[in-house]
Design a protein around this ligand. Sequence first.
Ligand code: IDP
Ligand code: MG
Length: 569
Amino acid sequence: MAGKKKEVQLQTTITTQKQWDEMLLTKGVVVIDVYQAWCGPCKAVRSLFRKLQNDFSEDDVLHFAVAEADSIPTLQPFRNTCEPAFLFCANGKIIAIVRGVNAPLISKKITELVQEEREIAAGRKERTKVDELVFLEVKSSEESVEENIPEATVRYSVGIIKPDDVLEGRVEEIKQKIRGAGFHIEAAEEKMLTEEQIRVFYAQKKDQPDFEDFVQFMLSGPCHILAITKEEASGAIPHWKELDEPSESVPDGPERLKEAESILNICDVQDSIEDASRQLAFFFPNFDAKKADHKVERTLALIRPCLLKERRNSIIQRIKDDGFEIAMQKEIMLTEEQTREFYKEHVDQDYFPVLLEQMTSGPTLVLALTRENAVARWRDLLGPKTVEEAKMENPESLRAVYAVENVPISQLHGSSTPHEAQKELQFFFPQEHTLALIKPDAAREHKDEIMQRVKDAGFTISKIKEQALTHEMAAQFYKDHEGKPFFEQLVNYMTEGPSVVMVLTKENAVEEWRNLMGPTDPEVAKENFPESIRAQFAQDILSNAVHGSSTQEHALKSIECVFGELDID
Ligand code: IDP
Ligand code: MG
């Protein structure tokens, strides 16, 4: 590991506009870590930078700097965004940016730029005219999904719970302790380690006299391997080492913590993201840390009838408090057939009759939850499978906390793997079509803005046309309202000019579009759903900007009425 001295020299510190302007005069390539004063520069990339500096040390072509966004006017657009950003300066111009600690991408960019500078210096290549990056433009691209990187740098450690603790059923207790200290468990797996894995993982112990016995002990039964993360920017989370220090605030007392420290072989990866990636790859070959860090994932959650009836608000609040967003939701009364289909792998189990009875006893709330690494995080929160195990092994887990008295079935479900999540989401939220319409006045005045909202919400526009509804069409559309006092007015309004008529396609499209539209009356919309289209673009309860089918059946009928045969895939 490199010593502190070298670290100080690695990056030039830039805290004023003058220093920034001077930096631009540097020959060669400068890689600048733009940071916020409150969280400081990114430590995770330093070992990578050091390595690259060694690789390209011959001709003084590569330089590194850290620049504080708060105090340099040029970097104003980077203030108040907490994700790390790396700028690449060549020949006095900022020509590229990487957001987030994407080590492979940063490494690739540096290598490309250095090679290009060398070619130019050797006269083998002309300098191509490149456009300088305009930061404001760069900022707006943050909206794209790929760039949507969480705020803090995530670091991984691998922890091993040894065979004796696994055998004695202490896994949950230990996991709970790790979570209690502010870490997240991103993946967990019980498995027999190979002798090679043990020798590599515990390499630093190999000179201890009882090492061979230790290896044999580790081979004596399954271990529980954990991939653990800690968010770097958040100062509230202690380092592994600090877990070892006496702390009055922990109910178990310092002795228990010492024990936890010795139970887990703890690898502080503070200085080397490479070590952590190697260990992760070693124990979790299928675990994609980059994906887990950056990709907002979806999982399916079910809140079963008893819990929904008794503590609906509490559980929804808890889900939000734990950082999940509810992307889609639907309350349904499952039929026996649907229950059998959904739980087809469980139909032969002893508990199935009780499960079936429970699931069909009232409405279930089905949720599509999103956040990074949602599948593992939600399962981790749920805890052990049965209420009994949950209460015994992890009383803090949601299945224990939200157990319903006298009901033996756990009240919460979560998908086991991303693949299963996809299947389960499809089961409850199949692709649907709905008919959407931008009413005449809104089509004149807010068409582009409303279309943008449609696209941002992820709808596919399967068909679209601009057309003034005929009297017959409008009357057919609003057949259910015939005889109401506003009916005549409504039909007149709808036929006064061209509307934008669309077939929108998405999972759960009917409900999703109605959610995006908001309540019929814009005053109610403004009050309760200020982000909805009607809150923002409707004039009054009649001229309320948009229309959407209210059921799947209505949707199919009106699509047919406007577009003829339904021939959408
Ligand atoms: P929805 O459009 O949200 O489905 P509906 O109750 O189906 O609402 O009503 C259809 C349309 O009739 C509304 O979008 C609105 O344009 C109009 N409308 C509904 N209620 C009133 C009312 O009380 N006064 C005037 N127009 C109304
Ligand atoms: Mg309606």
